[in-house]
Write a protein that binds this ligand. Structure first.
Ligand SMILES: [Zn+2]
Length: 132
């Protein structure tokens, strides 16, 4: 008699059709009498269906490209910029910590009028790059 603990590590491979005939039969027999494991299999199948790209090998890139095109480019870029800004703030804090450990006083940060610093660019050109 197989238990749920025996079967569950094999359920993903079962859904992916990667089990040999004997293991598949064992899982089939267990699923026939176990609603909990059958529910897990249904969950895996739902995940498969959600990620299924209905395209042949030749059409795969077109399908991916269409999904990328459907994204709001501005939202994607702003999200990316915010992630980069957060990363920069984290790195700045790490540098400040390291300088403190070395017993040096960190230099005062440069005055910034925009998220980007272009020292040679005239001020009026910077406004169009301002972030939210
Ligand atoms: Zn079970």
């Amino acid at each position: 008699m197989t238990t749920c603990d025996d079967i569950r590590p094999q359920l993903a491979a079962y859904v992916d059709d990667e089990l040999d005939d004997m293991d598949r039969l064992i899982v089939d027999n267990h699923l026939a009498g176990c609603v909990d494991c059958a529910a897990i299999v249904q969950g895996y199948r739902a995940i498969h269906a959600a990620f299924l790209v209905d395209a042949g090998a030749d059409g795969l890139w077109d399908a991916v490209h269409a999904r990328i095109d459907a994204l709001d480019t501005t939202t994607v870029l702003l999200t990316e910029l915010r992630l980069m800004r957060d990363e920069m703030q984290g790195l700045r804090a790490e540098v400040a910590d390291l300088r403190r450990e070395l017993g040096r006083r960190p230099p005062s940060p440069p005055v910034r009028t925009s998220p980007f610093s272009f020292p040679d660019a005239p001020e009026r050109d910077l406004k169009q790059y301002r972030l939210v």
